[in-house]
Write a protein that binds this ligand. Structure first.
Ligand code: AMP
Length: 429
């Protein structure tokens, strides 16, 4: 028995209807905000993530699916490839590779697709998971650095969650500073960590050396009292970052998007500067972040591109679907057949197929039976599938072009001419 790999899963109907609903709703919202779709490859050069996401992040240091290309060509051999653990680095790589800054205004892109991280699987955390994300990126002259961009992205997310039907979300907001004030904060953090780091978890001891900002991200309960006493980023922001953050908040206040400030929020990726955020949802338990994102003003340059400030986010689609399932009865989202066609007797599969083709042209959902089924079995099957009508196709019906149409919710049966069948079924929708 071969099973799906740990941390991966099959998405089955009826749940897939919910996934489609979520994706369609997001696409609608992206269109309203003038975002366009991008699809990047599922694997990229390992170096992209090492440089983009950051060597010292959990993602790059321990969670990536990395392998060596064993292609025959000399140029393939030995290339280190990685299944993308996130999509922002890929999008920014594509932005650079295709010189998208030559396009007018800021570039606004969205993506929907699988990502891969070797994390410990649990509810809401998988090794193949799906993200719906968006990026706003562009030259400074196009306004890519403006707080208006941050606020628009956050307001779009509030709209998106409301439209999908997520109730009671919380927007947690922080500013993590920039290349200007970060070194000063890191220095203060290192100093403060020196006397206490010995009492912290192994990961924190490592991070204190390599990337002290990450210490603030630690989830170990025993470390929390120590972290509470560490310096706060807010006290170290330079004037530019302070004003930028104040402006983002002022626009959010003006448009009525509620938020809470969480000055411990640093996010798990190195590229973030200034605005960082998460939307959380109580019903999700330990893995309560539905989405996360932030500004990444230096990312393009870090991977060899021009200066191109940007801001983006990724929604955990698995978690979004999970919260919807916990909130509401989602069965109604599954489309049931409008009609079940029951061919009666040998040779009637052809007539039934013709009729099914005609009705499907009218955008009806048709389930097709088989001529070997007796009437009783056909009607039972139609009922179990939740079809609204059954259409009986026997020799007489085919010859006279008049079909027996049985309403399976009311139990009534009428004879309907072929050319009126579709309209009749549609009118019952
Ligand atoms: P990140 O790319 O780490 O900023 O994460 C953005 C969002 O993706 C998170 O808020 C989660 O909703 C989702 N996410 C990240 N990792 C996983 C995972 N292993 N399984 C499911 N969802 C995830």
């Amino acid at each position: 028995m071969i099973r799906a790999i740990r941390g991966t899963r099959d998405l089955l109907p009826p749940e897939t209807a919910l996934w489609n609903f979520v994706e369609a709703a997001c696409r609608d919202v992206f269109r309203d905000y003038n975002f366009q779709e991008i699809r990047t490859p599922i694997f990229e050069a390992t170096e992209l993530f090492a440089r983009g996401v950051g060597e010292e992040t959990d993602i790059v240091s321990k969670e990536m699916y990395t392998f060596e290309d064993r292609g025959r060509a000399e140029s393939d051999r030995g290339t280190s490839l990685t299944l993308r653990p996130e999509n922002t680095a890929g999008v920014v790589r594509a932005y650079i590779e295709h010189k998208m800054w030559e396009r007018p205004g800021v570039t606004k892109l969205f993506y929907i697709g699988p990502q891969f991280r070797r994390e410990r699987p649990q509810k809401g955390r998988y090794r193949q998971f799906y993200q719906i994300g968006a990026e706003v990126i562009g030259p400074t002259t196009a306004g890519s650095e403006s707080p208006a961009r941050d606020a628009e992205v956050l307001e779009m997310l509030a709209t998106l969650l409301d439209r999908v039907g997520i109730q009671n979300w919380t927007l947690e907001l922080n500013s993590v500073g920039c290349a200007n004030d970060r070194p000063i904060f890191l220095q203060a953090l290192r100093e403060a960590l020196k006397p206490v780091v010995g009492q912290m978890c192994y990961d924190c001891q490592r991070r204190a050396e390599t990337n002290p900002l990450r210490v603030l991200d630690c989830k170990h309960p025993e470390d929390q009292p120590i972290i509470e006493k560490l310096p706060r980023i807010a006290d170290y922001l330079d004037e530019g970052c302070k004003t930028h953050f104040a402006d983002v908040r002022a626009i959010l206040d003006a448009v009525g998007v509620p938020y809470v400030i969480n000055d411990r929020l640093v996010r798990g990726l190195d590229y973030y500067t200034r605005t960082a955020f998460e939307f959380t949802h109580g019903a999700l338990g330990a893995q309560n972040a539905i989405l996360g994102g932030g500004r990444y003003d230096g990312l393009s340059e870090a991977i060899g591109g021009p200066k191109a400030p940007g801001i983006g986010f990724a929604i955990g689609e698995d978690r979004l679907v999970l919260s919807l399932q916990q909130q509401q009865e989602t069965d109604a989202m599954v489309k049931k057949p409008d009609a079940y066609i029951a061919p009666m007797g040998a040779g009637m599969n052809k007539e039934a197929a013709r009729l099914a083709r005609e009705l499907r042209h009218h955008d009806l959902t048709i389930e097709l039976g088989d001529e070997t089924f007796r009437l009783k079995k056909s009607l039972e099957t139609a009922g179990k599938l939740g079809a609204r009508f059954a259409i009986i196709v026997g020799e007489n019906e085919a010859a006279s072009e008049q079909f027996a149409l049985k309403d399976l919710t009311k139990g009534e049966q009428v004879t309907v001419p072929r050319n009126q069948l579709a309209a009749r079924i549609q009118s019952a929708r």
